[in-house]
Design a protein around this ligand. Structure first.
Ligand code: GLY
Ligand code: MN
Ligand code: MN
Length: 431
């Protein structure tokens, strides 16, 4: 792998902070599900973005020293016994030679080294509020640095969340290739399962099939816990119990995406368990499908993130009025937010190393404008639970269609288009 990519990203980030300032970025620690059973380690996304380094409990310090950039990293120390049990460690020497850092220490030296390294700096950037224990360490190191020299100006602490988030918001070519591959793996997995699903399968069995299809194509982990929701379970937006049996005549909503080389994909398809939509299911589906298609068309440079949002809401209001589910004038219903009973979430979110990726949604007091290199999901839905005050025939229908869209110089690219969302194509695939 070309480690220069990460070095260049560190330099880009350092060039955004003032002279004589520093930025601290902690990596992830190991986490435990219970007792000493650890979850598979997943590096923190910003740390990975800037290093490509995947050892737990590492910390990065980038220093802009009168424009001489220093990248410093603290890593687990070499330890023969631990390496026999848990695997290779690069150690400080390895991380300098293999990951192109300027300087490295054992992570056991953090308390000793950081105060001296940040002493006299004008500003210290750090993303507060994600880990209270680490927040406390940063404050203690800063206090210690300030106390080294009594007659010095104290260090300003500045939140770095937007700084790093907005750097990650515009994907470079390396990231775009990985996102394309991640989306392709997930798309092929959805297609394989849509072809094989049948009444009597359980949600849990389908979840397992998705994980298998992802893994065999190179995505060992899902980017998030899959939502496999038969029938009315689709109306629970974050349904992850995945414990029921799929019944003939019902729809199934699957929101599942794999993670490929750390990059997420995020696809939702809703399709009939028996391969054929009922009249009512198809009527609601067509409204969501139109909202999805029209909102995707609005994900272009120059539009802001509220364009696809508004379009999807307006299509859904009109569709619900045409079906008699909402009654009244579509514009008035839209202004009153009447559709929010059935479409209560946002149309999308940034996608990248994290499924809900970093990056602001506002800029200069307005909504963020789309720019080439951004990747967003487009995922309108209609959810009619049995407690809704509507005709019985609509109750229990929950539909979402979600695609991943890359903004390009000439428009956009739907990275997940390969999985059919046209209802005729879905029925043909499942027949
Ligand atoms: N899969 C999570 C989401 O669609 O936002
Ligand atoms: Mn999503
Ligand atoms: Mn999703």
């Amino acid at each position: 792998m070309n480690k220069n990519i990460y070095k260049e990203r560190r330099e880009s980030l350092s060039s955004l902070i003032p002279n004589n300032s520093a930025i601290i970025i902690p990596g992830a620690d190991n986490r435990y599900r219970n007792a000493d059973s650890a979850y598979a380690f997943r590096q923190e996304s910003s740390f990975y973005y800037l290093s490509g380094f995947c050892e737990a409990s590492s910390v990065m310090l980038l220093v802009n020293n009168n424009n001489k950039i220093n990248s410093i990293i603290f890593v687990p120390e070499k330890d023969k016994i631990k390496e026999i049990w848990d695997g290779y460690r690069a150690g400080p020497e390895g991380v300098v030679s293999d990951y192109l850092f300027d300087l490295a220490f054992n992570n056991s030296d953090l308390d000793k080294e950081i105060p001296a390294l940040i002493q006299g700096k004008q500003k210290l950037f750090y993303s507060f509020g994600k880990d209270q224990e680490f927040d406390k360490k940063v404050i203690n190191w800063t206090n210690k640095a300030n106390s080294i020299e009594r007659h010095s100006k104290s260090i300003d602490m500045v939140d770095s969340t937007s700084l790093i988030g907005n750097l990650r918001l515009i994907k470079d070519n390396h990231e775009i290739e990985l996102l394309k591959k991640s989306c392709e793996i997930s798309a092929d997995s959805h297609i394989a399962i849509m072809k094989s699903i049948e009444p009597g399968n359980t949600e849990q069995e389908i979840e397992a099939k998705y994980l298998y299809e992802f893994a065999k194509r190179g995505s060992r982990f899902a980017a998030y816990t899959p939502i496999v929701a038969g029938g009315e379970n689709a109306c629970i937006l974050h349904y992850v119990e995945n414990s029921q049996t799929l019944r003939d005549g019902e729809l199934i909503l699957v929101d599942a995406g794999g993670e490929y080389e750390m990059y997420a994909s995020d696809i939702t398809r809703t399709f009939p368990v028996n391969g054929k939509f009922t009249k009512e299911q198809l009527e609601i589906y067509n409204v969501v499908y139109e909202a999805n298609q029209k909102a995707i068309s609005a994900v272009i440079e120059g539009n802001n993130i509220m364009e696809p949002q508004k379009i999807s809401e307006k299509v859904i209001v009109s569709g619900l009025v045409n079906l008699g589910i909402l009654k009244g004038d579509p514009d008035e219903l839209y202004n009153a937010g009447a559709h929010k009973e059935f479409y209560m979430h946002k149309v999308g979110h940034w996608l990248g190393l994290d499924v809900h990726d970093s990056g602001d949604y506002m800029e200069d007091g307005d909504f963020m404008s789309f720019k080439p290199g951004m990747v967003t999901t487009v995922e309108p839905g209609i959810y009619i639970s049995s407690s809704s005050n509507v005709d019985e025939k609509w109750k229990g229908i929950g539909i979402r269609i979600e695609d991943d869209i890359l903004v390009t110089e000439s428009g956009n690219l739907n990275l997940t288009e390969k999985v059919p969302s046209d209802p005729k194509e879905i029925e043909a695939l499942m027949s």
